[in-house]
Design a protein around this ligand. Structure first.
Ligand code: ADP
Ligand code: MG
Length: 321
């Protein structure tokens, strides 16, 4: 199969046309309309086989997650997703694999009204997926990392540490799956957390009128909150027992539990800060939607507390180099 028939078969009509697209896949570039009073928000995330997902991951899940991690970045700015471009480097043309992969992409695009408007396809020894995502936000309204204020409540959007726990169950000493079926042996909620994370797009947009700063948690809560603190020139107090997590994590010794919660990655929940006043307003309107886990303070760094006692904890999130 030629490069062109591969693109035509698997990608050209994979997603529905978006109202802002003037010209989609097929020419040298796509052409898009930017809605009035909006700014373009863009990001790119690359997933490399064996590094960002275990080799045993299904092609459907790879397609889905490659888009999900990008929509999570858009969500963390409060943006409305619009489109993606797909850079695909493949070891071979496996039609069955491509069909499932593009179905994974189509499923999440359909869910979030996102169109695949272009991309690039090359051959390479290692399967690599690089997705660029585009979204829109009203002028000047995007929620950035650099605006956390002293006194802000620090919140997360949901349970933290689930994907990290799932990964620890399937990985052996050498960082490869213990055996080829180990993903399928996970219970459903762990499998979903690892393979089908839900980008918090709707919540990101709800927070536009409330949050001062926001980030999505991809490399670990400790490290990602650290980015907000550094960019904003502030510090934090974190109340560990307030961080929501699944029951299985509560069964672990405390140090293991908080390794997953603070240093594990791949959660794709949002971490954000807002004034106490906005927190009260938001939670009155939307009960049980967000979880307060700490506060922003002037002193730089993070102080951890567990049941009112200050505890020592080392932040060590995921880093590539
Ligand atoms: P060019 O040679 O002009 O760069 P390509 O042959 O790379 O064009 O691509 C032809 C068309 O197919 C372009 O519109 C491009 O955006 C699209 N395309 C190529 N690869 C992909 C892909 N993996 N997913 C989606 N669209 C793709
Ligand atoms: Mg090209």
């Amino acid at each position: 199969m030629s490069e062109f028939s591969l693109i035509y078969t698997h990608f050209q009509h994979a997603t529905a046309k978006h109202k802002n697209t003037i010209l989609g896949i097929g020419d040298d570039c796509a052409i898009s309309r930017i809605p009035p009073d909006c700014e373009l928000v863009s990001c790119v995330d690359t997933l490399v086989a064996g590094r960002h997902f275990v080799f045993e991951t299904s092609p459907h899940a790879i397609g889905y997650k490659s888009v999900a991690v990008n929509l999570s970045d858009l969500a963390s700015m409060g943006a409305t997703p619009y489109a993606i471009l797909l850079g695909l480097s493949l070891p071979n043309h496996d039609n069955d694999w491509l069909k499932e992969f593009s179905r994974g992409i189509a499923d999440i695009c359909h869910q979030f009204n996102v169109e695949l408007i272009g991309g690039d396809t090359t051959k390479s020894d290692i399967l690599t997926i690089s997705i660029t995502a585009l979204g829109f936000v009203k002028k000047g309204q995007a929620i950035r990392r650099d605006n956390a204020k002293i006194g802000d409540v620090i919140c997360v959007s949901g349970r933290i540490g689930t994907a990290s726990l799932a990964l620890s169950y399937i990985l052996g000493e050498n960082g490869r799956c213990k055996h080829s079926n180990s993903i399928n042996e996970l219970s459903n909620h762990l499998k979903t957390a690892l393979q089908y994370p839900t980008p918090q797009v709707a919540l990101g947009q709800l927070l536009l009128d409330y949050a001062n700063s926001m980030i999505d948690i991809s490399d670990g809560l400790g490290q990602d909150l650290g980015h907000i603190l550094k960019a904003s020139g502030v510090g934090a107090k974190l109340y560990l027992e307030n961080i929501p997590c699944i029951d299985e994590l509560n069964d672990l010794p405390l140090d293991k539990k908080y390794q997953h919660i603070i240093n594990g990655g791949d959660d794709y929940q949002l971490c954000f800060t807002m004034s106490q006043e906005n927190f009260d307003k938001f939670t009155a309107l939307y009960p049980n939607r967000i979880y307060p886990i700490g506060e922003i303070v002037a002193n730089q760094g993070v102080d951890f507390f567990y049941q009112n006692q200050q505890v020592d904890f080392k932040i060590q999130g995921w880093e590539h180099f």
